[in-house]
Design a protein around this ligand. Structure first.
Ligand code: C6P
Length: 416
C-alpha cells in the first residue's frame, strides 16, 4: 500500500501531508501503519515536533516573571500562541483563552469556578446522554458539593440529540447551566450547537460546549456560536499532549473566582488578604506547560495552512466510504447513524468482542480504538458493552479505509 500513489483529494495534497508526519512511515507488525485512532490522539507533524524542541534548545525560560531576554522571548512565544488559538476559534479577545492541561481540565475549571459560585441545592445542570465522561463527572462532583443535580437529555436511535427532550429540560425552573458535546467521540454526531446555544440563552442559561472532537474537523467560530465557554485539547489537533484551552466570554471569566491558587495568578499576597491577577492569568496558577503551549501554537499555525472546508469534505468522504463498505458486510452494526457526522465510525462485529477485533486489526497494522470510549452512557443507550471505533485525521486515505475492510475480512476468517 505504501508504494502505490496516494489518491488525491480536492484541496489537499495527501501525499505531501503524510510526508510531514514521520510516525506514519512506520511498520507495525511488519505492515504499513494504518492509523485510525485520531479521535484518541492525532499524530504530530514535524513542524510541531520541531517547535517544541526549538523552544527548549533556544528559548527555554520561565514566563511573566523575569527581566532577562530569554524570559521575555519565552513570554512572547507563550502569548503569541494564545493569539493563535484566539484566531483559530475566532474569540473576540486573546484574554478569553485560558490555557489548561486539556479539555478535561477546562471543563473542571468551569465546574469548580462557575459551578461552585453559582449552583445551589435543587439547581439543575443539563447534560446529554452523548457526553464524554469528562463532561459528566466534573458536574457530578460539583453537584455533590453544592446540592445541585444533573439532568441528561436523551438521544435518538440514530444517535442525534432529542431536541424535544432538550427543550423540556430547559423548561424546568431549576436549570442553571447547560454543558454539551459539539461532536460525539463515540458516535461521530455533529450537534446543532448554534441552535442549542440559542435555546439555552432564550432561558437565560449559560452554556459550555465540549469541542474536543469538533475543532480538529470543523471551522469553529465561538462568536458565531455565541457559546459562553468552549473547551478543547491540543493533542487532538495535531499538537502536544497535556495542553488545551478554555474559551470563556470575558465578562463571565471576570466574575468567576479562581479555582487553583499559586504563583502568577495573584496581584498581591499578604496573610490578611490576597487579590488576584486579571483574566486569563487568574486561572493559570503556577508555571504552565510553556513548551506545550508553544507546540499548541505551532499546531494551530500548521493546521491553518489548510482549507478547513476541504478538510471537512475529505474526512466526510472517508466516513461515507467506510460506512458504505461496512453496510455491505454481513454481521456489522454501525452505532451512530446521524446524517451529520464528523471523523468517527463506531461499529460492532456480530459474535466477536470489540477487543478481539482490535487485536486482530492491530496484527494487520491497523490501529483503532475499542472499548467504551469514555462514554459509558452511550454504550448503555445502544445496549453494547463496547464498540470498535475508526477515527480519521487529515492524513488518512481511502486506501486506509480499504486496509481496514481487508483486516475485518481477516477477523471473519478467524472467527468463522
Ligand atoms: N476523547 C477518545 O478516544 P482530554 O483527555 O482532556 O484531552 O479530552 C477529553 C475529552 C473530552 N471530550 C471529548 C468529546 C473527548 O473525545 C475527549 C477525549 C478521547 O475519544 C480519549 S478518551
Amino acid at each position: 500500500m505504501d508504494s502505490a500513489p496516494i489518491a488525491s483529494t480536492p484541496g489537499l495534497d495527501l501525499a505531501a501531508i503524510r510526508a510531514e508526519f514521520p510516525i506514519l512511515a512506520q511498520q507495525i507488525h511488519g505492515r504499513p501503519l494504518v492509523y485510525l485512532d485520531s479521535a484518541n490522539t492525532t499524530q504530530k507533524p514535524q513542524a510541531v515536533i520541531d517547535a517544541e524542541s526549538a523552544y527548549y534548545a533556544t528559548i527555554n525560560a520561565n514566563i511573566h516573571r523575569s527581566t532577562h531576554l530569554l524570559s521575555e522571548r519565552a513570554t512572547q512565544a507563550y502569548e503569541g500562541a494564545r493569539r493563535r488559538v484566539q484566531r483559530l476559534i475566532h474569540a473576540r479577545e486573546s484574554r478569553e483563552v485560558v490555557f489548561t492541561r486539556g479539555c478535561t481540565e477546562a471543563i473542571n475549571l468551569v465546574a469548580q469556578s462557575w459551578g461552585r459560585a453559582n449552583l445551589r441545592p435543587g439547581d439543575e445542570v443539563v447534560l446529554t446522554w452523548m457526553e464524554h465522561h469528562s463532561n459528566i463527572v466534573p458536574w457530578q462532583l460539583v453537584c455533590e458539593q453544592t446540592g445541585a443535580r444533573v439532568r441528561a437529555v436523551r438521544i435518538t436511535d440514530r444517535g442525534e440529540l432529542d431536541l424535544d427532550d432538550f427543550r423540556d429540560a430547559l423548561a424546568g425552573p431549576s436549570v442553571k447551566f447547560v454543558s454539551l458535546i459539539h461532536v460525539s467521540n463515540a458516535l461521530g454526531t455533529v450537534n446543532p450547537v448554534e441552535e442549542l446555544v440559542r435555546l439555552a440563552h432564550e432561558r437565560g442559561v449559560p452554556i459550555l460546549v465540549d469541542g474536543a472532537q469538533a475543532v480538529p474537523h470543523l471551522a469553529v467560530d465561538v462568536q458565531a456560536l455565541d457559546c459562553d465557554f468552549y473547551a478543547f485539547s491540543a493533542h487532538k489537533l495535531y499538537g502536544p499532549t497535556g495542553i488545551g484551552a478554555l474559551y470563556g466570554k470575558a465578562a463571565l471569566l471576570e466574575q468567576m473566582p479562581p479555582w487553583q491558587g499559586g504563583g502568577d495568578m495573584i496581584a498581591s499576597v499578604t496573610f490578611e488578604r490576597t487579590t488576584y491577577n486579571e483574566v486569563p492569568y487568574k486561572f493559570e496558577a503556577g508555571t504552565p506547560n510553556i513548551a506545550g503551549v508553544v507546540g499548541f501554537g505551532a499546531a494551530v499555525e500548521w493546521l491553518q495552512r489548510f482549507d478547513m472546508a476541504a478538510l471537512a469534505r475529505h474526512e466526510r468522504s472517508l466516513v461515507e466510504a467506510l460506512t458504505a463498505r461496512l453496510d455491505a458486510m454481513d454481521g456489522i452494526r454501525i452505532i451512530g447513524r446521524a446524517p451529520h457526522k464528523a471523523g468517527v465510525v463506531s461499529f460492532v462485529v456480530e459474535g466477536v468482542h470489540p477487543h478481539d477485533v482490535g487485536t486482530i486489526l492491530d496484527s494487520e497494522g491497523v490501529a483503532v480504538r475499542t472499548g467504551q470510549h469514555c462514554a459509558q452512557p452511550v454504550m448503555d443507550r445502544y445496549g453494547v458493552p463496547a464498540t470498535v471505533r475508526a477515527s480519521f485525521g487529515i492524513y488518512n486515505t481511502t486506501d486506509e479505509v480499504e486496509a481496514l475492510v481487508a483486516a475485518l475480512g481477516r477477523v471473519r476468517e478467524l472467527f468463522g
